[in-house]
Ligand binder design. Structure first.
Ligand code: HEM
Length: 251
């Protein structure tokens, strides 16, 4: 087994760690938000407490996301620029998958800003923007599996699956409790909550879990360019969490 004589940069560890934490916080925010509109109340958890937790978890998600973006931009390995984090699909490193991260982060920002100025907006505008959370979360999941170099690691797959189960259960609970007048919408939401995860599970083996994903995702050119300025590849190579640089970077 190759021995790592020099490890990946601290920035890279931080990008991966903060990415995972952002996904967990985003999931928690969506689940608590859904519980809140479903008027779910447990003993000792009045609505204003649930609302406060939802707001604080969402703000924490934005803070951790900011660190995730900063570290990925500062780490020279992938050549991610600030503009790539703001304008989706403009970067050269895994453009589609990184672009989805930028899109999710733009949506999250729009949701947060409209919530902060909610009093000055009509309820309809705020509500319509807040519904974007249902788009933001699956887009962030696609970014995770498409960009994350830990996608083949059991821990990231298990974490993503746990987040998906939490959101699906929350949505089902919401569908069970509300919208009695909107049967069509409820049916569509229910069908989507089954079809989208099923599509992901079917696609994963030939996509991010398949061979050559790093190359197919669009990281080989950028990473090999950066790599020539960084450490020789065998140093990165290992199946451990500590040094799982994208394999295609060394291919
Ligand atoms: C809501 C938005 C986002 C979420 C929830 C999120 C979450 C994640 C997660 C879970 C990973 C996988 C980490 C791993 O493999 O261990 C990841 C990877 C990554 N993300 Fe994000 N991300 C978001 C937005 C962004 C944005 C806007 C950027 C742009 C700069 C970005 C840059 C990256 C990069 C470069 C990686 C690959 C790190 C690696 O080499 O594994 N992310 N992200």
């Amino acid at each position: 087994m190759p021995v790592a004589t020099a490890g990946p940069s601290a920035l890279w560890y931080l990008t991966r760690a903060t990415g995972a934490v952002t996904l967990v916080l985003l999931t928690a925010s969506v689940v608590i938000g859904v519980a809140n509109i479903g008027r779910v109340q447990a003993a000792g958890w009045p609505r204003f407490v649930v609302e406060g937790v939802h707001r604080n978890v969402s703000l924490l998600a934005i803070v951790v996301l900011a660190i995730h973006i900063a570290t990925s931009v500062l780490d020279p390995f992938a050549g991610v620029h600030v503009i790539d984090a703001i304008v989706p699909f403009t970067g050269s490193y895994r453009p589609l998958w990184l672009g989805l991260g930028a899109f999710a982060s733009d949506l999250l920002l729009a949701i947060a800003i409209t919530s902060l100025v909610r009093r000055h907006l009509g309820h309809g505008v705020w509500r319509a923007t807040h519904w974007l959370a249902y788009l933001c979360w699956p887009v962030a999941v696609l970014h995770t599996v498409g960009t994350g170099s830990d996608v083949k690691q059991v821990w990231l797959l298990a974490l993503t699956a746990a987040c998906a189960v939490a959101v699906i259960v929350a949505v089902w609970a919401r569908l069970g409790l509300g919208w009695p007048a909107r049967r069509g919408l409820r049916g569509t939401a229910f069908a989507a909550s089954l079809a989208l995860p099923a599509a992901l599970v079917v696609w994963l083996p030939s996509g991010p879990l398949g061979t050559d994903w790093a190359k197919r995702a669009g990281s080989s050119r950028s990473t090999s360019r950066s790599r020539s300025r960084a450490l020789p590849c065998p140093r990165w190579h290992s199946r451990s969490w500590a040094s799982s640089r994208p394999a295609a970077a060394c291919g």
